[in-house]
Structures are given as C-alpha cells and as structure tokens.
Design a protein around this ligand. Structure first.
Ligand code: NAD
Length: 493
C-alpha cells in the first residue's frame, strides 16, 4: 500500500505537468519610501552629526531603496543622553500609564500591518507570506503581551521590589528586523527603562518606521531613540558609559567581543547568539508531518534563523525513505520574488551572507559530503541560493559544526536515543532542538538531556511572547519572552 502511494506521488507532478502558480505579487504602492532617513533622538528626526550616510538595498533586486544615517560617537552620546533624560519621566510613570502607550504601539502596528510586511520583505528579502503571517503579527503580540505586564510587575515577581535598570542599549540583527526590535523594546519599556536601539545595517527600514509608530503613539520624547549604522555604531553604543543594560542579538563572535568590553563594568548583559540546532526524527514519527517540520525548520526565512534545525538527525532505519520524501518536498518549494504571495524561499539577505553560505557549502563538498539542491530557476539579479541538503555528513565537517545561516541542511544518522542525544549535544551552541516521535515519554526524556534553551516536540520554529527564548553555551545567556525576559530589564534585589 505504502509503495503504491509513493509511486502515485512520484507520478503526480508529471500528471499535472504544466500546471503552475500564476504570479501573485503583493502591491507596494501603499509603502511610501523616503529617499533619506535621519536618526530618532530625543523625539525628533535629526541629521547625523557624523555627516555620514549609507545606502540600503533590496536583496532581491539590488535596487537602492533609501539612504540612511550612519550614527557616529557624537550621535550615540546624544541618544544616550536623551534616553537618560527621558528616564526620569518614564521610570516614574505609573505602570498602567506605560501600558497604554504599549497597547497603542501594538494597535498601530496591526493597523499598518500590510505596510510593515511589504517593507520588511523589500528590505530583507523574506517571503511576504512570512513577514505578513509571522513577523508583523508576532511583533504586535509582543507589545500586547508586555503591555499587560507593565502595571503588574509586583505580581510578576512576588516578594521583590522591581526597579527599572535605566537606559538600555539594544543591538539587533537582520534576520527578523522588526520582530527583534519588538522583542527588545516591549519588555524594556514595560519595565520602565528607556532605550537606544540599533538595527542591523542591511535592514534598517522597518525599525525606522517603528520609530514613526512610536511618535504616532505619542511616547514621551527620548523614551525610544533609534540609531542606524553598522558594527562601529553598535560598538560605540554598547561601550558607552551612560548605558545601564546591554541587550544584544547577533553572532557569537560579536557577542563575545561585547562581553569582553563590558567585563567589570557592572552593566547588565543579555546575549542571544548563534545556533546549530538538531532536529531529531525517530522511526515512529509521523513522517509526513516531520517532513513539513524539517522544511519549516531549515528553509523558513532562507535558513536565516538562529534556532534553525540545520542538523537533521534521522534514525538509521528510516534515513533513506525520509531523505527521498524530503527531496520530493524540496522540489516543490517556490524560490524567488519575496513579494510574490506564493513564494516559499526568498532572497539571501546580502551578498556577504551569500558568499558565506557558498563558501561553507563548498567546504562540505570538499570534505566528502553529498549535496542535493532543489531544481529551481533563480532570478538573474539579486542574491539567491537553492534549498540544499547534504547527506554522507560526518560530525567533524564544518557544515555539521558551524552556523551556515542559509537554506542548507546537513543530515546525520543515529541508532539509539543515547546516540541521538550525544550527537545533538556535540556542538558549541545550545539554542534549540526538535524531537519527532510518537512516544511522549521519549520527548520528555530527550528534552531533559539536551542542552538547548528551547525543545520543540513534533513541531518546529514556534514562537510566543509568553514563552522564554534563549540559549546555553555559546548561544548566549538570558531569556527573552515571558517573565524571564521581563526580569532581564529589572533590578529585583
Ligand atoms: P552580527 O553579530 O554581525 O550583527 C548583529 C548586530 O550587531 C548588527 O546590528 C551589527 O551592526 C551589530 N554589530 C556588529 N559588530 C558589533 C560590535 N563590535 N559591537 C556592537 N554591535 C555590533 O550578526 P548578524 O550577522 O547581523 O546576525 C546573524 C547572527 O545573529 C547569527 O549568528 C544568528 O544566529 C544570530 N541571531 C541570534 C538570535 C537569537 O535569538 N539567539 C536571533 C537572531 C539572530
């Protein structure tokens, strides 16, 4: 029976040959692009004192979308001072009042959801169905959730006297530009801190537009300041003496450098860094469901996901049929225009990231692993990479050790649960993991033994503002989301 079904599935594409999805591009006319952007400091958009600017592009077309300011040290200083001044007002405001502002931000984000989704896809390259259905709704949900806590901090931490930390410096990456900004801003503001936020250099546009939303919500001047720029701006911000708390999401390398800078300063620090998650499939797993989970785990957002399931650990007895099924599913992924509503895999975020993925994939082939790529046509312009799966992978290969941060999956096998746990934990990272099995007891056993901040069971890449997210080992420390995330912005002593 199973064989018959497989044969029928194999024949299906031929039977429906020629039937394809018509293009379904999302309109962009409701997104008014500004030619240039200033910095949001003290409630006003100002030109950078550095007098430097840089261009931001669409990675799908390489077209310039806008020019943005590059904040220098003087700009960082002005923003931190503005945040310090605003702290007097914001930290003393009753929590119920602060909550009203956060609810307003959440509602405006919902009202302007389409505009934010389109802009996110234009600037970052991610498929519109993801920015529309994941990034923007989750960003709004983070503000709603934390608005609820703002007047209940005493109940969140019974017996403690929660006090805001002061000025928070927040640096975020390019893979979820708006969502990461929301993860950072919402708990900080709910807890009574003021903020200087620095978005990533390749994706500044939705954070800048969030600055407009913050103005529209009439937050007091200086409560949220937004500085665009690259690594040097980030380094100046996290190293500024006037900052009380640093929250960083990005690469492990930069996270370590920040930790060195802050050592001995007494400033509070949370680090959300890289990952190399194991997605473990047992022979009793519901295979079709697991295939969807594997695809979602590694090809969602082009694999630019810190918690991506980039190492697939399959029980040896089902490795062959599972990889066959996976390839058939991968062949149906639609790669291309991020603004097309049918697109599954969009553009790689930057040329630098494409080069990094290409180099790591070449190393996998040189090491002896076997690559298979989804047969799809790639657009002539922009940055693209075919969804790729590697078999014949040894644990020592770079593709099994290093974070590729692209649509590339490495398949390894195991025989026993113990071997699965040992292989899953054989990484310097520890951000997330997945387990696919019919047995609840096995899920609980593995979740206890895996050194990963999040373990998904029979699903993958699920996020919720109530659920703490964060890593072990070189994936960082501190949690975002839930009460744990709130605690990172409070002095509870
Ligand atoms: P990155 O570390 O290069 O940059 C992240 C941010 O830090 C950017 O805004 C960048 O301008 C800034 N930055 C660069 N150098 C800096 C410095 N010396 N001091 C202060 N700031 C500096 O990382 P990336 O390439 O933008 O993002 C990808 C990385 O982020 C991946 O490793 C990914 O796993 C990680 N990430 C982690 C999580 C998580 O929650 N754990 C979430 C998303 C991304």
């Amino acid at each position: 029976m199973a064989e018959q079904l497989e044969r029928r599935e194999e024949r299906a594409p031929a039977r429906f040959g020629g039937l394809d999805y018509a293009p379904a591009p999302e309109a962009t006319d409701h997104v008014k692009l500004r030619a240039d952007h200033g910095l949001l400091i003290g409630g006003r958009w100002v030109d950078p004192l550095s007098e430097r600017r840089f261009k931001t592009i669409s990675p799908a077309t390489e077209e310039v979308l806008a020019e943005v300011a590059e904040a220098g040290e003087e700009d960082v200083d002005a923003a931190v001072k503005a945040a310090r001044a605003a702290s007097k007002v914001w930290s003393r405001m009753p929590g119920a009042e602060r909550a009203k502002y956060l609810y307003r931000i959440a509602r405006i984000l919902q009202e302007r959801a389409r505009e934010f989704a389109v802009l996110e896809s234009m600037n970052g390259g991610k498929p519109i169905k993801e920015s529309r259905d994941v990034d923007v709704p989750l960003a709004a949900a983070h503000f709603f959730y934390h608005a609820g806590w703002a007047d209940k901090l005493d109940y969140a931490f019974p017996g403690r006297r929660p006090v805001p930390l002061g000025v928070a410096a927040q640096v975020v990456p390019w893979n979820f530009p708006l969502l990461m900004a929301a993860w950072k801003l919402a708990p900080a503001l709910a807890a009574g801190n003021t903020v200087v936020l620095k978005p990533a250099e390749t994706t500044p546009l939705t954070a800048l537009r969030l600055g407009e939303v913050i103005q529209e919500a009439e937050l007091p001047d200086g409560v949220v300041n937004i500085l665009t720029g690259a690594g040097a701006t980030g380094a100046a911000l996290v190293g500024h003496a006037g900052v009380d708390k640093v929250a960083f999401t990005g690469s492990t390398e930069v996270g370590k450098a920040i930790q060195r800078t802050l050592a001995g300063s007494g400033k509070k620090l949370t680090l959300e860094l890289g990952g190399k998650a194991a997605n473990i499939v047992f022979e009793d797993a519901p295979l079709d469901q697991a295939i969807e989970g594997i695809v979602n785990g590694i090809y969602f957002n082009q694999g630019h996901v810190c918690c991506a399931g980039s190492r697939l650990l399959v029980q040896e007895s089902i490795a062959e049929p599972l990889v066959d099924k996976l390839k058939r599913r991968m062949a149906t992924l639609r790669v291309g225009d991020p603004l097309d509503k049918n697109t599954d895999v969009g553009a790689i975020n930057s040329r630098a990231q494409l080069d990094k993925i290409t180099e790591l994939v070449a190393s996998g082939e040189a090491d002896g692993a076997k690559a298979w790529q989804a047969p799809c046509e790639l657009p002539a312009r922009g940055f693209w990479f075919r969804p790729t799966v590697f078999t014949h992978v040894a644990q020592s290969y770079r593709i099994a050790q290093e974070e590729i941060f692209g649509p590339v999956l490495s398949v390894l096998t195991f025989r026993t649960p113990d071997e699965a746990v040992e292989k899953a934990n054989n990484t310097p990272y520890g951000l997330s993991a997945g387990v696919w099995t019919d047995k609840g007891s096995r899920i609980l056993d593995l979740a206890n033994r895996m050194r990963a901040g999040v373990v998904w069971a029979n699903t993958f890449n699920r996020f919720d503002p109530t659920s703490p997210f964060g890593g072990y080992k070189e994936s960082g420390f501190g949690r975002e989301g839930g009460r744990h995330g709130l605690a990172a912005y409070l002095d509870l002593s």
